[in-house]
Design a protein around this ligand. Structure first.
Ligand code: AMP
Ligand code: MG
Length: 484
């Protein structure tokens, strides 16, 4: 089905452990993603549901697949853990797509590995449904992410706070190299393997810098740029990752690990979803600072290789970090401007954006819906009273009108620009919760429907209004648990 072309398994043995998947007693296909399979060069028509269930539960190994669990470390909530690694995941192998791009195919929930510590290596159905929905939703919103290739139920039971049906998610990523992979070797003072990892990462993700004199500094720059692009993208769409530990930070700049993440309903600068994030370390607004903090950890690892490890190296890295900070601010401003229909730049835009967000926060308005409603006010005959006429809103609205009109575009054009970046449908947490609960009762129809809705997030469609609206008070999900 896939032509594997594995390179990670050719790295020194400290990078991974070879492990066979546990398999499943009674695998059944829940959902799969033939479009993504085609991107990977497969011809999905020829494969039966039964075979797919066997393949993506790990029961049947495809030719060329060499399953391994990857070693990595990581800072979790600021505390360093020298050994984490794939405790409930396996890399089946790498596939080169017809365009020559390399992808990892990984199973998550496929059983214990040498990195499992006390864990069972399994995944309950709920988190598998959740990751499938949110990662695919993220992809269709246009944000870099790992993707869901298949979800399979295993026929086994998984014990958490209660007993759940077991499942496996097959996911696809540009790679599974994390900041924590660098930290794994750095913590062991293993400069030889650290260098091998850095060179491998350059070859795999940034081949254009391979021959550059300061390629390690450039690696740092590239990873930083990718992260800035990613996290500003999250913030523009109202996404809170929830667990931005360095082991959950892919150097390819893709969203990885859909644990306690969520899209905000009403806007709050310091919104936190994760029940274990007591201090708000990974709150919405703090994601900017944490990106830089995580990049500093990567910088620590690369220090010995920059400017031949001279004293100057730290200075050079700090300069880059300052630059990332500026870039973060600029990129976020640029994305927020576009959400408001502003295509050029003016120093006063910052205050305009701030006033708008302040209004959303004060009035507890839905982040996603409000941008669409604001664009609706540019219609020939806007619906009256879309927003409460507070003095703050009135002031904002007047300046916003003046600002967008200064661009010399027609209202219709501005509205179209806004609707292209402001989604109607996001994977709302209460809808995910309802979908998961139905799934646990054996009803997957909501899961299929929600995937369908999220596949075209910018286009309003008949019959899906419940996906568009924020939760009623009794539907609100206050925290997402890490119970994965
Ligand atoms: P996460 O919080 O999902 O980023 O995972 C952090 C670490 O815990 C990783 O090393 C995981 O592989 C490991 N882990 C999480 N859940 C399990 C589990 N059920 N069994 C084994 N290892 C796990
Ligand atoms: Mg993780």
């Amino acid at each position: 089905m896939f032509k594997f072309d594995n390179t990670y398994t050719r790295l020194p043995e400290k990078f991974f452990a070879r492990v066979a998947p546990a398999g499943a007693s009674n695998p059944e296909l829940i959902k799969w993603n033939p479009d993504l399979a085609r991107v990977l060069g497969a011809h999905p028509e020829s494969i039966s549901q039964k075979e797919l269930a066997e393949i993506f539960s790990g029961q049947r190994l495809l030719p060329g697949s060499e399953p391994i669990a990857l070693a990595y470390a990581g800072h979790q909530f600021g505390h360093f853990v020298p050994q984490l690694g794939d405790g409930r995941a396996l890399l089946l192998g790498e596939v080169l797509d017809p365009a020559g791009k390399r992808h990892d195919i990984q199973l998550k929930g496929s059983g214990r590995t040498p990195f499992s510590r006390g864990g069972d290596g399994k995944a309950p159905l709920g988190p598998v449904i959740r990751e499938y929905l949110v990662s695919e939703g993220m992809y269709h919103l246009g944000l870099p992410t790992t993707r869901a290739l298949a979800a399979v139920s295993t026929g086994e039971l998984v014990h958490r706070d209660r007993i759940f049906p077991g499942a496996v998610l097959a996911r696809v990523a540009s790679s599974h190299i994390r900041v924590g992979t660098f930290e794994y070797f750095a913590a062991r003072n293993d400069h030889e393997n650290l260098k091998i990892l850095a060179e491998y990462s350059i070859k795999r993700h940034f081949p254009e810098i391979e021959k550059e004199p300061e390629s390690m500094l450039q690696l740092f720059q590239r990873v930083g740029q990718a992260q800035v692009e990613l996290v500003t993208g999250w913030m523009a769409k109202g996404f809170i990752h929830g667990v931005m530990n360095t082991d959950n930070m892919s150097i390819a700049g893709e969203t990885i690990d859909y644990g306690p993440c969520a899209f905000m309903d009403h806007f709050q600068w310091h919104k936190v979803f994760s029940s274990i994030d007591q201090s708000g370390r990974y709150s919405y607004a703090n994601q900017a600072r944490i990106t830089l903090w995580n990049l500093s950890r990567l910088g620590d690892c690369l220090l010995p290789f920059i400017d031949d490890g001279s004293r100057n190296a730290a200075l050079m890295l700090n300069r880059e970090l300052d630059y990332f900070e500026t870039r973060f601010d600029e990129k976020l401003m640029q994305k927020m401007r576009r959400k408001l229909g502003i295509l050029d730049e003016h120093p006063e835009d910052r205050q305009l954006i701030r006033n708008w967000l302040q209004h959303l926060e004060t009035e507890k308005l839905d982040y996603t819906l409000s941008f669409r409603l604001l664009a609706d006010m540019l219609k020939e005959e806007p619906a009256p009273d879309l927003f409460k006429e507070t003095p703050a809103f009135h002031d904002f609205y007047q300046s916003w009108q003046r600002r967008i009109q200064s661009q010399g575009l027609e209202k219709k054009q501005i509205r179209e620009h806004m609707d292209r970046v402001n989604p109607v449908y996001i994977p709302r947490n209460h809808k995910i919760e309802q979908t998961v609960n139905a799934g646990l009762e054996g009803d997957l129809s909501l899961f299929h429907e929600m995937n369908e809705v999220l596949a075209r997030p910018y286009e309003e469609r008949e019959g899906y209004s419940s996906y568009k609206l924020p939760p009623e008070p009794e539907e609100t999900v206050r925290a997402t648990f890490c119970g994965t």
